[in-house]
Ligand binder design. Sequence first.
Ligand SMILES: NC(=O)c1ccc[n+]([C@@H]2O[C@H](COP(=O)([O-])OP(=O)(O)OC[C@H]3O[C@@H](n4cnc5c(N)ncnc54)[C@H](OP(=O)(O)O)[C@@H]3O)[C@@H](O)[C@H]2O)c1
Length: 290
Amino acid sequence: MKIVIIGTAGRLGAALMPEYQGEHDVNGFNHAQLDLSNLDKIREKLAGTHFDVLINAAAFTNVDLCETQSDQAFRVNAEAPGVLAEICGEKNARLIHFSTDYVFDGEKRVPYTEEDEANPISVYGESKLAGEKKALAAENRHLVVRVSWVFGPDRPSFIDGMMQRAQENEKVDAIADKFSTPAYTRDIAKMLPRFFDNGVEGGILHFANAGKCSWQEYAQWALDCCDKAGLSLKANTVGACKLKDMANWIARRPVYSVLSTAKYTQLTGTSPRTWREAVADYITRFYSKK
Ligand SMILES: NC(=O)c1ccc[n+]([C@@H]2O[C@H](COP(=O)([O-])OP(=O)(O)OC[C@H]3O[C@@H](n4cnc5c(N)ncnc54)[C@H](OP(=O)(O)O)[C@@H]3O)[C@@H](O)[C@H]2O)c1
């Protein structure tokens, strides 16, 4: 298949490129090569390119900055996916567009399904929800994949920051009253080809590793894995802090945004591995001193 990936320098986009090269004909654009805020440029760049699958892993992901730059957030996260969907429709190609658990308000206490009503509480969440609708409005074969707490080797995320803090400080803490599930970029990259074919059901799909945790539990498990991997840390225990202590955060965040992967399991007959297994694998592979 001919695949084009947008956002190849991002945490997720960078993990997709190497996964599909070899088996497929893969091309990609980073931010400098294709600026999604320039809608005419998108059309111009993609007009002469043939592809079967277009994967959009690019987004304006700085949740706080979105609050003060909402025009840019809606252009990149909402208008651009709409244009990508139209282009794919014209080319009879499938758009796979990534979205987020932040489309939910976080009021539930059991995992969110694809049927649950989205009700974003931030500009980022609103812009991503608008992008989902535009991506799906053009052609019903397109697919929106919502993921949560993305981590992987290509760009540091929460756990990399926690590990660094634990190497440099004797005391570290993390939020104990906000819950979701980490999603490993390599696991996302591996499951996605099942959905490349136009004949496979489109719509919304939730994907994350299995289980649920707070940021404190997530960080504690990362430090436990570092210990097993032979990494020396100054702090081995993660203390608890509260969401309301994050005085410098501008945007509101959902307190609970666990995504149900029941639909994924029903469609594929497989279940994602647990977040603990995925984090352990990541740390062993990319941080192990042994
Ligand atoms: N990270 C998470 O925890 C998380 C959670 C839920 C959902 N998601 C979703 O997962 C997808 C991938 O996120 P990620 O974690 O890989 O984020 P990321 O590391 O921030 O990557 C996003 C990429 O998009 C690029 N980008 C930003 N503005 C752009 C523009 N105007 N034109 C073209 N490219 C632009 C960024 O380039 P620059 O760095 O140069 O700006 C970056 O390379 C996104 O749809 C995101 O909403 C992420």
